[in-house]
Write a protein that binds this ligand. Sequence first.
Ligand code: HEM
Length: 343
Amino acid sequence: MAGWWRKHVPINDEAIRHFTSEPVPYHLRRWWWCLGGTPAYLFLVMATTGILLTFYYVPRPPDAYYSVQRITQEIPFGWFIRSVHRWAANLMIVTVILHMMRVYFTGAYRCPRELNWMVGTGLLATTLIFGFTGYSLIYEQLSYWGVTVAANLTEHVPVLGEWLARFLRGGTQVGPTTWTRLYVLHIGVLPTLMTILLLLHFTFIRLHGVTPYRFPDEPEGKTYPFFPDHFLTEMAIGVFLMFLLTCLAIIFPARLGPMADPLVTPEHIKPEWYFYFTFRLLKLMGLTWAVLTLGFLFFVCLLWPFIDAAIRKYWPESELSVYVGVVAVVALCGLTVWEAVAG
Ligand code: HEM
């Protein structure tokens, strides 16, 4: 059998050893430095639980709501799979943001990793849109009105707005076609986009290596092999994450609010927590200014490595990036907490 395998899959031990024994810088032994592996793992959990959910989900209102109700109340372990999917989505957003902060505050986005930062910004946007489309699919009252607000926001995007809003709604009004589109985005377009971006991200990491850093207690230039050392560390983090997701799913299972009623606007429309800051901006500035501000901030974030390089060229000792980062984190947290408390 071994001979048959070697003949049909001509990869030898040497090639496997070479491919997997990439030396990893020693500082990646600390979890917060290799946080990027955590959202990657959570994405796999979401893909697996998501595929299981698609066996029962019906992407057309009002059956969408009834199918989620059936998954939660009747299908064996349906509530558990749904809860793990939901918690994994939330943790993925938290860990992507933490990973991005680690990359930002350690200056790991600088030359030659600018393009990888841009790929990362695409990953962040994809993760957030994943969350939005997933939350919308359940066809609760709040998720229905969330989609309505998002479509109205999209309409205010300069030039492409009308077209984008029509594309999202599948017509001039939010209706059954909207849910078919959200579904196609959620289970087809976004997973494909995420996979392509992740492959690009990992290729860049492999090409550049991880930004060097040395803690005072570490010898100069010390490394350890990717396999088995780093791989096993990531596996241990994976086991811990499964334990955490199981606990969260059991203690705080995913609930189901009242079904969407297009004729009754709820008193308080609330998106998921990761869009609280957007919602607060919208309340403060109105639709048009909120969309313009968010678009501007997105492009500043996307192009930040180049903006930062231009600033440092004329002001090499500048600590501006640190101040900008701190202001951004405080503003994001501030707006999120404000929206959570004020409602
Ligand atoms: C699904 C989301 C993401 C995944 C799975 C992911 C995965 C990873 C992994 C595994 C690494 C290797 C080092 C580490 O573990 O920290 C890494 C590095 C990196 N990531 Fe991400 N990442 C994601 C999102 C982002 C975002 C949102 C950004 C920034 C906008 C970003 C920018 C970078 C950069 C610049 C590096 C190189 C860091 C260095 O050289 O030290 N990534 N990413």
